[in-house]
Design a protein around this ligand. Structure first.
Ligand code: DAT
Ligand code: MG
Length: 140
């Protein structure tokens, strides 16, 4: 096991419904420490750049529009095996397939409006953290 950092985003469907605290409680209960956090409103260009890896997928336009529709909370989570642990706490992409007690099972509205983003590998975590935060903002 290794101490890792991962990038998390609380998406517009969740900030709109005032779920930031309930979602953060699930992270903290799982042993993930929030070492950086800020509320921002992404422009369509910023959301498009962040999700560029999905640019050829049929849902890309809808995804970018959604992510830029209202504020999000971007955060860095730190802990043992933080990348996989966060994915476990998030649950499956489609809430219909998510396990009981996961964020997406409890809060997601649909496969698109699914409340949270989490990095999927060490390389993407490093890139995604650098997309939103400077080193000075990470207070571990
Ligand atoms: P995850 O967010 O679980 O890493 P992903 O990387 O495959 O999932 O997709 C990124 C986001 O794109 C996902 O959180 C919601 C949206 N998305 C994925 N599949 C979709 C689909 N079939 N229809 C609509 N939106 C989708
Ligand atoms: Mg993904």
């Amino acid at each position: 096991m290794a101490l890792e950092r991962t990038l998390s985003i609380i998406k517009p469907d969740a900030t709109r419904r005032n779920l930031t605290g309930k979602i953060n409680a699930k992270f903290e209960d799982a042993g993930l420490r929030i070492i950086a956090q800020k509320r921002i409103h992404l422009s369509p260009a910023q959301a498009g750049k962040f999700y560029e890896v999905h640019k050829d997928r049929p849902f890309y336009g809808e995804l970018v529009e959604f992510m830029a529709s209202e504020p999000v909370v971007v955060q860095v989570l730190e802990g043992e095996n933080a990348i996989q642990k966060n994915r476990d706490v998030m649950g499956a992409t489609n809430p219909a397939n998510a396990d009981a007690g996961t964020i997406r099972k409890d809060f997601a509205l649909s496969v698109g409006e699914n409340s949270v983003h989490g990095s999927d590998a060490p390389e993407t975590a490093a890139e995604e953290i650098a997309f939103f935060f400077s080193g000075l903002e990470l207070v571990g």
